[in-house]
Design a protein around this ligand. Sequence first.
Ligand code: PPS
Length: 305
Amino acid sequence: MGESAVPVLREETMSNGFTIPITGAEKTREVLNEVLKMRTRHDDVIVATYPKAGTTWLQETVWLICNNADTTFAKKTLLGDRYGWMEKSPSLPGIGLEELNTWPREQTRFIKTHLPFQLLPNELQNEAVGKLIYVARNPKDNCVSFYHFHRMNKRLPDPGPFGGFLGRFTQGNLIFGSWFEHVDKYWQMSRNRERSMYFVLYENMKKNSKNEIRKLANFLEKDLSDSQIDIIANHCAFDNMKDNDSVNYSSLVANGVFDASISKFMRKGQVGDWKNHFTVSQNEEFDDWYRKTTADSTLAFDFVL
Ligand code: PPS
């Protein structure tokens, strides 16, 4: 993201011809072009999302499923030290591309990414390898969460009033690009890669997290007892994650990247908070855009529970 004092958004075309709005153009473009060349491994575990769709929630859930529900280790080890972030800016703490490329062979790489499918490593785009979990969230709540994240994250451009931000969300003029194109491409790809790609909906996690954890464990080929599933569901419940310093990004508040006095990273964790932000006319316009944009999609979201 931004190396300059005031982060500015601009469109950049990557070495494979894919264009995307980014901030901190030079460094970000370099990193994204390097990601395309990253080598994949058959045991990689990747959590991919459009930003603010439930990345952190699923990262923690997936890690625990793969590590025998070891909440003791999880509580004392920052999520950013258990997962690499493929496109991480070198100026942010945590595991980035360089470390991922030299990760010990005998250790599973846990990786998160917000990149659209078309900017994943070429090898991963071309071949079904490892296990990729994609998380999607209804676009109204996703947009609201992204808005508050822009307000409190000093490395993102000031979002201004909500109405303008909503317009940029529907136009795809935000970092990581269009919400719909992001979600839709992963959705299409996951239809053909059932053993290596799995699609989770934030709202389903909210409705019945134990059921979703069981299905995820099945996809990840891990045997979990009922009590382990209970432990994971409880550990990953919003009220517990918000007070858990290994996942709530309090470290980025401490080093000044996030301003928690404006908005917390673990903000509300709800389905339907968009109702507190959309005016009646914004909602009508959004519904119109949504109907047209998703007309050919088989993916359906819950906007309220
Ligand atoms: S990021 O920055 O893209 O990685 O953010 P991400 O983790 O994808 O999204 C943050 C939003 O997810 C909510 N969240 C949760 N909801 C329910 N249960 C749990 N355990 C949970 N953990 C995080 C978080 O509160 C953000 O949503 P909002 O709506 O802003 O509260």
